[in-house]
Design a protein around this ligand. Sequence first.
Ligand code: ATP
Ligand code: MG
Length: 295
Amino acid sequence: MGSIYSFFNQKGGVGKTTSAINVAAVLAQSGCKVLLVDLDSQGNATSGVGIEKNENESTAYQLLVENSEVSDCVKETAVGNLFVVPSNAHLSGAEMHLINLEKREFILREKLKKISNDYDYIFLDCPPSLGLVSINALTASSYIIIPLQCEYYALEGLGQLLNTYQLVKTNLSASLELGGVILTMADIRTKLTQQVIEEVKNYFKEKVFSTVIPRSVKLSEAPSFGKPAVTYDPSSRGSQAYFALGKEFIERFGSVGASLKNESAAETTAPASIYSETNVAREQVSTEQAGQTPL
Ligand code: ATP
Ligand code: MG
């Protein structure tokens, strides 16, 4: 089994990129070879590890839509062992092009398959949407990692997210597993945060990482210096939490041996319903969609 992880939540600003960058940097510092693939046209994971967004010739766009291979796109970062496939605003046009391509849900998987043995961990930083780029990320992944912001609306949209996960698992990629849930931006002094943490733990049980990421100015400041917080200010509370989370990753998933998951996984074209169902905006978490007990 491989070691490709989608940091995924269609909700914006929940800590996908911050978590992907910092856990990636911690794992890299601990000796794992890590590839971070920026799949968001905002390019936050790219600039967050100090790579200039506009100077890139081969980016995630060329990887998904054109003939570029991962090796054409990979850039070294200032953190040893950490490499990035950058992204920029071009990627916003990818959905439109992908729709016309053959095996459009598996393009990323096919490209990553060729290099997966070169890395211990491959992290995919997903955009805040449920479109084809995200579907490509999920079919390429062994695990989905869900960052959830500890706030009142944290659980809103979760039914839709889990529905997408189930649709991909059922129709496209049977071996996709829920790897873990990361609780982010917690203000543990507030009762509300405690309640959210409790609810999420009741629902996802042992899938929730025990490290809760606190709200921390250093975590939000670090990207403007083009550094992961864990290298920008390793002693800050936020960085300390990401060090602990990185340790949990190694305990949960191991430290070596990236390879793509089972090739025999279903390689069909998604039924049309996957797009209509995943793109319908739903305000509330539907327990029916999640197929679980109420949140
Ligand atoms: P998007 O959906 O737009 O890609 P995202 O889910 O990737 O967003 P981030 O970009 O990681 O979320 O975080 C959103 C904002 O919150 C950023 O400005 C980030 O610096 C800040 N942030 C993330 N985690 C924390 C934290 N623990 N404490 C304080 N600020 C944080
Ligand atoms: Mg992001």
